[in-house]
Every structure is written in C-alpha cells, then in structure tokens.
Design a protein around this ligand. Structure first.
Ligand SMILES: Cc1cc2nc3c(=O)[nH]c(=O)nc-3n(C[C@H](O)[C@H](O)[C@H](O)COP(=O)(O)OP(=O)(O)OC[C@H]3O[C@@H](n4cnc5c(N)ncnc54)[C@H](O)[C@@H]3O)c2cc1C
Length: 263
C-alpha cells in the first residue's frame, strides 16, 4: 500500500521543485497509479493549485497542463478534431470514466509506463514536454530516458505542434478495459511517416521513414513492424504482437491515405 506522512499543496513550481529534491518526497498527479504501489514517502507534493489543469489552443499549438485528466484529453474537441480523434481513441479503453477523471497527463507521461497508450499516441506527433528544470524536450527524448527514482524534475505541460500531421491510433486488448497487448499510433506529413508502437510490452518508441523508399503500403507496414522488438507476457506472445503490429500499421496507413481498410 502507498503511504505518505505529509501532504503539501504547493503555491508555485519553484516550491514544488525545491521540496521534491529530497528523496523522501514525491510530486504526484492523480495518485491513481501510486496508490497501487508499496512506495512510502514522507511528503507528497500536489500541483493542483497551479492552474495546470487546462488545455489551451492557439494558431500554432496545443498546450496541455500536466494536471489535465485523461478524460480532458478524451473529450477535448479541438485536439480530437485536429488529430482525427486519436486522443479519444487512446484513452477510451483505460479502465473507466471515473478513473480517467483522476489520472493525469503528467503522471502518464512522466511515469513512462511500458503499457502507456498516452505515450504511444504523443510520440507520433510533434510533441514536447516542458520540464521545470530541464526545459522543453521532445517527448521522444523524455520517453527514451529510463524512469529513475532520483530523476526529480517536474513535468509542467505538454506542447503539441499543429504541423499539419494526420494521425490514427489503434490498440488491441484481451478485454475492453485491460492493459493493451499492443498500442500503435501512425502519423503522416507529406511523404514522411511516423510510427510509434507501445505495450510490446516495452515502453513505446518511434520510427520515422520516407514513403518514397517503398512501392506499397504493405511493404512500408512490414518494414515498420520489423523495426521494433517484441516480448512475451501473460497477455500475449512476441510473435502475436509482431503480427498485430504489421496489420495495425498497414490499416492505420490505409486509413490516413483515405483508402478502405483491407483485412
Ligand atoms: C488499474 C489501472 C489500469 C491502467 N490501464 C492503463 C491503460 O490501459 N493504458 C494507459 O495508458 N494507462 C493505464 N493506466 C495508467 C494511467 O493511465 C495513468 O498513467 C497512471 O494512473 C498515472 O497517472 P496519475 O495521475 O495517477 O499519476 P500518479 O500515480 O500520481 O504518478 C505516477 C508517477 O508519475 C510521477 N508524476 C506525476 N505527475 C508528475 C509531474 N507533473 N511531474 C513529474 N512527475 C510526475 C509520480 O511521481 C509517479 O512517479 C492504468 C492505471 C491503473 C491504476
């Protein structure tokens, strides 16, 4: 069971950063994941008084505060219209609405969980993580860093550029609200393709390639699926994940090209 002695609702990011440098303290989001762990801390630091629970949109980008809930991502009209509904698609299977009202974007991205639908989705976009100490870093760079208990920065917000990218998302689950067996996000900009695959069961990662190097979508999808490694766990085998990946990438590419999806 997760335990903490003190709770501090901070009034600035500077206060949060100073407090969380101690090994015995921890910044928390919705505590949905933490409450399932046996972590024991002296102090938990709550960012909920800092106005980081808003999604803002301007001509060039979306800004998503770290304390936004997964439900806000799922239901935000601007984000879902611009990116073809991928935020709805990548969140709607996560447990239930009540849970998605509590789990935060900050906890989901900074936690860098191997099963993360959110990380898989963001990786295929031109997305950046604003860290209080580390500044603005591409989400793919943050994702590639191992999550370490001495890594004491604070994720402030996610910035997603409106670069014209079209994106589509799919996941496979043994049952509706289980963890994914595989999560795939594919995006397209001009002749560039971006494919991110998570829950392999390893943490999501991204590959990018040029369409001109291939004759068919099927070839592209195969090459993309082959570029990732897959593993076994109780939910599925590496072989199954690899076959799913090839089919899903092809279907998502076909969807983005406006073609009907073949089986
Ligand atoms: C039963 C269950 C099923 C789930 N299924 C899925 C699923 O299918 N797909 C999926 O994508 N996710 C799933 N999740 C994960 C969930 O979506 C959230 O990612 C998770 O709960 C973390 O969000 P949180 O706000 O609860 O973070 P917390 O539990 O509060 O924190 C998680 C970690 O992030 C750190 N943290 C939080 N906020 C910040 C910040 N702003 N800056 C720095 N560090 C921070 C904390 O210190 C902690 O280490 C599941 C979770 C549960 C409990």
């Amino acid at each position: 069971m997760f335990r903490a002695d003190d709770y501090v609702k901070v009034s600035s990011l500077a206060e949060a950063y100073e407090l969380c440098q101690k090994r015995s303290s921890l910044v928390v989001g919705g505590m949905v994941w933490l409450k399932m762990t046996s972590v024991t801390k002296r102090t938990v630091i709550d960012l909920s008084g800092l106005g980081l629970d808003r999604i803002e949109e301007n001509d060039g980008e979306f800004s998503v505060g770290a304390m936004c809930s997964l439900r806000q991502l799922e239901t935000h009209e601007g984000l879902n219209t611009y990116f073809g509904g991928i935020f709805k698609e990548c969140t709607r299977h996560i447990v239930g609405v009540q849970m998605r009202n509590c789990a935060t974007v900050g906890g989901s991205v900074y936690g860098r969980f191997g099963f993360s639908d959110i990380l898989t989705c963001l990786l295929a976009l031109d997305a950046y993580a604003e860290l209080y100490h580390g500044g603005m870093v591409p989400v793919r760079e943050l994702a590639s860093r191992p999550a370490h208990r001495d890594d004491k920065d604070i994720l402030v917000r996610i910035v997603i550029k409106k670069d014209g990218r079209k994106a589509a998302y799919m996941s496979q689950r043994n049952s509706q609200t289980d963890f994914p067996i595989l999560a795939v996000c594919t995006a397209n900009l001009g002749n560039q393709w971006f494919v991110s695959i998570g829950a392999r069961p390893a943490k999501a990662s991204l590959i990018q390639f040029t369409e001109d190097d291939f004759d068919t979508t099927k070839e592209m999808a195969k090459q993309a699926a082959d570029a990732f490694s897959y593993g076994d766990n109780v939910r599925g085998s590496a072989e199954y994940r690899h076959s799913l990946a090839e089919v899903f990438v092809r279907r998502l590419m076909e969807r983005l090209k406006g073609r009907s999806v073949s089986r």
